[in-house]
Structures are given as structure tokens and as C-alpha cells.
Design a protein around this ligand. Structure first.
Ligand code: NAP
Length: 483
């Protein structure tokens, strides 16, 4: 246990600027996945609590929306500064509740805070337009107004960044929010509240309602007519459920869902660079990322060299409690996630895959799984169709470029693809044929607050980050003017 990090951790609901225990008095446990020690017992919001959070948001809305964009922007910038001043405490807390190594947690904190800095700058760039109507003689005036109260539902794999990626643009746009963090990792989001308060975010503008009845409370929120935006990051399965609930009141959806990223290595690629890219795309966050490389397609001419070098790098990574300096592979978040990874490896091996490194569940405690490289993966293996969400690189060799592109696109997902290639003209041509919202071209990392993050097909609707992320929390109003 890291006493300094866990001392005085907030663990109640945060509604209307106050810490409250919740109407039913129920609590649920949050533990450290690396050693199963209890970190906190967290208040569980009921439907009444969730609606109280909407009441608080409603009460705060008019004042927040009326603040000048500059004022909202300066509060967000202050929040960025405060997180960065306390980044080590946030990183340790993320590692404690999620299991990821400190190096990943530190990177997450910097990434998370950057959404506040970026949106402090975007808050003052809410532009409209005025034009002549081509035929009627009227003027067309277009402006963007805050969309209203937004419900933000976030996953456990980035306990703070998936929240700030939504809170930043919502606050910049003038919207108050109700945040429902993942039950496995609510502590970092709760800890963020004192930073937002100190930065000057008024009571009721950001409310947090962790709950062990997530389905019930989010459904109630989506049926409250005051809620106008649902911004969700999580699995495609839950995303579908929320889209159905959102349909009843026609709530604006922003959906960041699952992925099944191809990682393509062409015969003219710089292999060392491709291996470094693969380490980032596969091992960042121990593979627990929607952007994680899931299917490796490597040209047969470079297959053995790439597989050998990747196995050597992954096999040498240090696994252990994420709080220990130098650890590169921490614990996965829970038993289900670890067991699924083990099952997918067993399934692939049963269908003929060769284990080049890893592949065995270590003794407990903790939900560890070692970095694993599989070659000769059969296309009908489960790990080819499903998100692995763990440190397993599953390689298939290819010889024909067209066939490889067809296989790379043969998934209902379309979040991100990675491509390593020598000839940039060829690289851009292949990138355009990849049915993905994002492409890492000779890069193993695409996440950037200044870029539009999001997927096509069943990976989502809308974008986060960049100016596009702000637009998710704005409604367009057009006024036809008799000039
Ligand atoms: P998840 O099971 O879909 O849960 C995400 C959030 O939804 C959690 O807060 C969860 O609460 C809540 N939830 C679960 N069931 C719900 C329901 N019926 N109604 C309303 N809310 C519900 O996803 P996860 O396992 O936390 O995260 C992993 C998934 O997220 C992966 O598929 C990954 O690809 C995806 N992801 C996508 C992105 C992206 O940007 N595209 C980024 C990160 C992760 P509880 O924790 O209480 O269940």
C-alpha cells in the first residue's frame, strides 16, 4: 500500500460541489489489481443520486454558459497547471487502481492534463459565420451554443485521460457534466475534483457519480429530458445499449468504442523502426487500449526478422508491481481481463500458432500476463476477431498487398491502423485504402489532444480532441436575418 497516495482519498459522490454519501448508503470496494489490497470503499450512486447530479448541473448551467470563453479557458488552463504540479500523485493513484506501470501512468497524466490546456485554447475559438443567402436576399447567421447537460461515461483503462478528454471540451463549450467513471477505477476521477475546484470550476459544473449499478443510473440519466449529450468511451457492446437508450429522448451521442487495429509491416519498412513502433502500439498500457495493435500482418520477406526482434524486445521487458521503478509490464486490471487473454492465446495455439515468447500465466498474486508473441496465427483464431486487451502480439505473414488490405479491413471495427513502409507514396496509397478513422504511418502512437481521435464503422461516432472534439458539445443555431 502506498500510504502517502491513499491518505484522505475522496471516495464519496461529488454532487453540486459537495461530497455526499449517496441516498442508499451503499458502497463498493476498489482494490489494487497487483496485490488485491483494498484501496477504498466507494459510495455507489443510485438513480436518485444521478438525478440530483443533473439538478446540480442544471442549476450551474446558465452561469457557466454565460461566462466569457476567456474565463472558461483560463480556468481550464489553471486545471492543467495544477495537475502537472501534482502529476506524480496522480500517476501513483492510477497505477494503484489500474495496475499499469508508473511509466504508463505518468504518460497518461501528461496526456490527460493536455486536454485541459488544449481546450483552454479552443474555448476562445468558437467561431460562427455570416453569409448572403444565394437567392432570398436574407443573411444567414450561424453560431454555436452549448448543447446542454452532458453525461460522460468512461472506461477503466485510462482512469483520468478518458475523463479529461470529455470534460475539457464540454467545459470549454459551456456545458455542465455528470461523470460516471468505471467501477474498477473511480478514485483518480474523484481525486481530480479538488483540482477542478481549486482551478475555479463552480459547484455543479462537474459532478461525479461512481456506481455499482451503472446500467440503471446511466439509463435514468439518458431518460432525463434535461440531458442533451451522452459521451461514452468503452466497449462496442455497451455503446450499442446506450445508443438505444439515447434514442428515446434523441440525445446527441459521441461514442468512442472498441478497436481491432491491424499493424502492417511491408517488405521495404525499416524493421528496427517497425519493432519500436510495435512496442508502443502493442505494449503501451500493457495492451489494454482501444488503440492497441491487435493483428500483425508482416510481409513474408521480413517476417522472421521482425518476429525475432519483436520477441527479443518483448521477452526482455520487466514485469512486476507497477509502482516499482523500471517495471514495464504491470498487472492487468482484473481476473476476467487476464483470463480472457490466456484463453485467446490457448485458442490460437490450438489452431497452430507458435509461441515465440511468453504464453504462460505466472503464479499470483496479481493479474499478470507476460509479453507474448505468437507467429503463424491462423486467421480463424479468436484473437484475430476479438480485442485481445493484453500484451499479446499475434502475427500473420502476407505476400500479396491487396489480399493483406482486404484482411486488415475485414472487421466490424475501424478505430486505428498502423502501417510501416519505406516508400511514402505507397504508404499514403495504402493508408487511404484502410477503413480506419486514424492511421499511424511509420508511427506506433496516434493519440494527440490536437488531433481528431475516433473511429469509423462500429468503433464509434464523433471525434475527441482537436476542434472537432469541441463541436460534440455545441449545437449549431442558424438565424435567417432580414438585413
Ligand atoms: P465497458 O464495459 O463498456 O465499460 C465502460 C463504461 O461503461 C464503464 O463506466 C462501465 O461501468 C459503464 N457501463 C457498463 N455497462 C453499462 C450499461 N449497461 N449502461 C451504462 N454504462 C455501462 O468498457 P471497459 O471494459 O471499461 O473498457 C474497455 C473497452 O473500452 C474496450 O472495448 C476498449 O476498446 C474501449 N475503449 C475505447 C476507447 C476509444 O477511445 N475508442 C478508449 C478506451 C477504451 P462499470 O465499470 O460500472 O461496468
Amino acid at each position: 500500500m502506498d500510504e502517502q497516495t491513499t491518505r484522505n482519498l475522496p471516495s464519496d459522490l461529488f454532487i453540486g460541489g459537495k461530497w455526499v454519501e449517496g441516498s442508499a448508503g451503499e458502497r463498493f470496494d476498489v482494490s489494487n489489481p497487483a496485490d488485491q489490497t483494498l484501496l477504498a470503499s466507494v459510495a455507489s450512486a443510485t438513480v436518485e443520486d444521478a438525478i440530483a447530479a443533473v439538478d446540480a448541473a442544471e442549476a450551474a448551467f446558465a452561469d457557466w454558459a454565460a461566462r466569457t470563453p476567456r474565463e472558461r479557458g483560463e480556468i481550464l488552463r489553471r486545471a492543467w497547471e495544477l495537475i502537472m504540479a501534482d502529476k506524480e500523485r496522480f500517476a501513483r493513484l492510477i497505477t494503484l487502481e489500474n495496475g499499469k506501470p508508473l511509466s504508463d501512468a505518468r504518460a497518461e497524466v501528461a496526456y490527460a492534463a493536455e486536454f485541459f490546456r488544449w481546450y483552454s485554447e479552443e474555448a476562445v475559438r468558437n467561431r460562427g459565420e455570416v453569409m448572403h443567402s444565394p437567392a432570398s436576399g436574407a443573411r444567414i447567421l450561424v453560431q454555436h451554443k452549448p448543447a446542454g447537460i452532458a453525461v460522460l461515461v468512461t472506461p477503466w483503462n485510462f482512469p483520468i485521460a478518458m475523463g479529461t478528454r470529455k470534460i475539457g471540451p464540454a467545459l470549454a463549450a459551456g456545458c455542465p457534466v455528470v461523470v460516471k467513471p468505471a467501477s474498477a477505477t473511480p478514485l483518480t476521477m474523484l481525486a481530480l475534483m479538488s483540482v477542478l475546484e481549486e482551478a475555479g470550476v463552480p459547484a455543479g459544473v462537474v459532478n461525479v457519480v461512481p456506481s455499482c449499478s451503472s446500467g440503471k443510473i446511466v439509463d435514468a440519466l439518458l431518460h432525463d429530458p434535461r440531458v442533451r449529450v451522452i459521451s461514452f468511451t468503452g466497449s462496442t457492446e455497451v455503446g450499442r445499449t446506450l445508443l438505444k437508450s439515447a434514442a428515446d429522448n434523441v440525445v446527441n451521442p459521441a461514442m468512442e468504442l472498441g478497436g481491432n487495429a491491424p499493424f502492417i509491416v511491408c517488405e521495404d519498412a525499416d524493421i528496427d523502426k517497425a519493432v519500436e513502433g510495435a512496442i508502443l502500439a502493442k505494449m503501451r498500457n500493457i495492451g489494454e487500449a482501444c488503440t492497441a495493435a491487435n493483428r500483425f500482418f508482416v510481409h513474408e520477406a521480413v517476417h522472421d526478422t521482425f518476429a525475432e526482434k519483436l520477441s527479443a524486445r518483448m521477452g526482455a521487458m520487466k514485469m512486476g508491481n507497477g509502482l516499482e521503478e523500471g517495471v514495464e509490464v504491470g498487472s492487468l486490471v482484473n481476473a476476467d481481463t487476464r483470463n480472457k487473454v490466456a484463453e485467446l492465446v490457448e485458442d490460437a495455439v490450438g489452431r497452430g500458432a507458435t509461441v515465440l515468447t511468453g504464453g504462460k500465466v505466472p503464479e499470483g498474486p496479481g493479474y499478470f500476463y507476460p509479453p507474448t508473441v505468437l507467429a503463424n496465427v491462423s486467421p480463424d483464431s479468436r484473437c484475430v476477431a476479438e480485442e485481445i486487451f493484453g500484451p499479446v502480439a499475434a502475427i500473420q505473414a502476407f505476400s500479396d498487398e491487396d489480399e493483406m488490405i482486404t484482411l486488415a479491413n475485414a472487421t466490424e471495427y475501424g478505430l486505428v491502423g498502423y502501417l510501416f513502409v519505406g516508400d511514402m507514396k505507397r504508404g499514403l496509397a495504402i493508408s487511404e485504402r484502410l477503413e480506419y478513422g486514424m492511421v499511424g504511418l511509420n508511427r506506433g502512437l496516434v493519440s494527440d489532444p490536437a488531433a481528431p481521435f475516433g473511429g469509423v464503422k462500429q468503433s464509434g461516432i464523433g471525434r475527441e480532441g482537436s476542434h472537432e472534439g469541441l463541436m460534440e458539445f455545441l449545437e449549431t443555431q442558424y438565424i435567417s436575418l432580414d438585413w
